[in-house]
Write a protein that binds this ligand. Structure first.
Ligand code: BGN
Length: 287
């Protein structure tokens, strides 16, 4: 009797699913930011494995998740270079079907990290059927590749042990740095608030949205979740937002009134580099 069921990964070139635990992870990694690297160095190194726009998918199996990695950005090319140098190989070893989206705030008005991340979510989905969104600061590099850039049953906070905070979680509800939400989780909280202008609080607002919508924050353990932060001076046009503490008292009422459902912006340019998709946007800074 002929066997008519397809054998995953063997028959007719059809690929089987990637294993739950990626087989080629290294564990803890050596990471340093003293070496001067250029984007061209990184292109030469990892470019051969990538498609335009910083896209990759494993060739030997079907990835568990389709992940858009979204980086809110303005004028931090040196950090971006280190980030790409370290993250591309990690994400490849993690066997993800992924794309890297750098969302660049146009002009020099007050920075809005959370709105840039909402824009990244929308723009990435226009391009491809992503099911998981990892939001990452450009200055955070994981020092353990077992910290999978994937989504879980609950929104996941990945940067739990950052060297700047002596490798400990500063407070229990923190959600800043690097975090991952599935499309469903992100829609359930109406994305991030668009109204946190300047530094601070937008991640705490997301943390509250998550709990008000009945979800929890999932995290790796504090060894797997170790990160190195690239040291830098404070950015201009991103001073601490004096309204942030008051705004955090209003999250509950603002979830439906302020987020993906009210997101408004203009794309100025989409540029495909081999290492990333660079989306320059006008975020409509208030006068
Ligand atoms: C917190 C900031 C977060 C930031 C972490 C780590 C606020 C809200 C008022 C208390 N929260 O204090 O946005 O991610 O520090 O730097 O400022």
């Amino acid at each position: 009797r002929p066997n008519t069921t397809a054998t995953p990964g063997r028959s007719g070139g059809a690929l089987g699913p990637c294993p739950d635990v990626p087989p080629n992870l290294l564990g803890s990694l050596y990471v340093e930011f003293r070496t001067n690297r250029t984007l061209q160095d990184v292109r030469n190194l990892v470019g051969p494995f990538l498609q335009q726009g910083g896209r990759y998918r494993p060739s030997s199996c079907v990835a568990k998740q389709k992940v858009a990695v979204i980086i809110p950005f303005r004028n931090r090319y040196e950090h971006l270079t280190h980030w790409l140098y370290y993250l591309h190989p990690v994400l490849m070893r993690q066997q993800l079907d992924y794309g890297v989206y750098v969302i660049n705030q146009d002009g020099d008005g007050v920075f809005n990290r959370a709105k840039l991340m909402n824009i990244g979510f929308v723009e990435a989905l226009i391009e491809y059927d992503y099911d998981c969104f990892v939001f990452s600061d450009v200055d955070l590099v994981p020092i353990d590749d077992r910290n999978l850039y994937r989504c879980s049953d609950h929104p996941r906070h990945l940067s739990v042990a950052v060297d700047k905070f002596n490798f400990i979680l500063p407070y229990a509800t923190i959600f800043g740095g690097v975090s991952a939400l599935s499309e469903q989780q992100f829609l359930k909280v109406n994305g991030f608030s668009n109204t946190f202008w300047g530094w601070g609080g937008e991640d705490d607002d997301m943390s509250q949205r998550i709990s008000y919508r009945g979800m929890f924050i999932s995290r790796p353990d504090s060894v797997t979740g170790r990160y190195k932060m690239i040291q830098h001076e404070r950015d201009s046009h991103n001073d601490p937002n004096p309204r942030r503490v008051q705004k955090l008292r209003e999250t509950y009422f603002n979830i439906i009134k302020d987020g993906l459902s009210t997101l408004s912006y203009t794309v100025r340019e989409i540029r495909k580099d081999l290492l990333y998709t660079f989306v320059t946007v006008d975020v409509q800074v208030p006068a």
